[in-house]
Design a protein around this ligand. Structure first.
Ligand code: 4NP
Length: 155
C-alpha cells in the first residue's frame, strides 16, 4: 500500500472462516498506526459475505469483533501491494504464488504456521465442514502464531 505502514494480508480459500479470524487476531496484537491488516480468499465464491457465524462467535468469545468484515477475492495486485502475505495451507500457497509475477512477490508469501513451527509444513485446517471444535482449534493455532509473527515484525 502507498503508506508508510507495514501491510499484512491474511489469505485462505473462502475468506469467511480462517483468514477473517487471522485478520482480527493480528489486528488485536499490532499497533494500527504502524500496521495495516486485511484478508482475502483465493476462490471468491463467498465474495461480499460476512465471516462464517462460527468464526464470528469464537472471535467474540475472545473479545474480538470480526462481524463487519466482508469476503473479497485475492488479486494479482495484492501481491504487489502488500508487504507480507500469510496463507493458511499448501493449497492457498499454490494458488497465491500462482498470481505472482516476480521473485520479490513470491518471497512475500508465507505459510503462517512456518513462522512458529519452521520446517514442519503445518496447515491451519479448513474448519468449514466440521463442528465448533474446529473453529476453537483454528483460533488457538492462529492466536499462538500471531503472537510470534507480531513479535518478529515489531522487533
Ligand atoms: P475458509 O473456509 O477458506 O477458511 O474461509 C472455507 C469456506 C468456504 C468453503 C471452503 C472453505 N467452501 O467450500 O465454500
Amino acid at each position: 500500500m502507498s503508506s508508510n505502514k507495514t501491510s499484512i494480508l491474511m489469505v485462505c480459500l473462502g475468506n469467511i472462516c480462517r483468514s477473517p479470524l487471522a485478520e482480527g487476531i493480528m489486528r488485536s496484537k499490532l499497533n494500527f498506526l504502524k500496521y495495516s491488516i486485511d484478508s482475502a480468499g483465493t476462490s471468491g465464491s463467498h465474495r461480499g459475505q460476512a465471516p462464517d457465524k462460527r468464526s464470528i462467535a469464537v472471535a467474540k468469545r475472545h473479545g474480538i469483533d470480526i462481524s463487519s468484515q466482508a469476503s473479497r477475492k485475492l488479486t494479482a495486485q495484492d501481491l504487489e501491494d502488500f508487504d507480507y502475505i500469510f496463507v493458511m495451507d499448501n493449497s492457498n500457497y499454490r494458488d497465491t504464488v500462482a498470481l505472482a509475477t516476480t521473485d520479490a512477490q513470491r518471497a512475500k508469501v508465507h505459510k503462517i504456521l512456518d513462522w512458529a513451527f519452521p520446517n514442519e509444513d503445518l496447515d491451519v485446517p479448513d474448519p468449514y465442514y466440521g463442528g465448533d471444535q474446529g473453529f476453537d482449534n483454528v483460533y488457538r493455532m492462529l492466536d499462538q502464531v500471531s503472537k510470534v509473527v507480531a513479535e518478529k515484525l515489531d522487533s
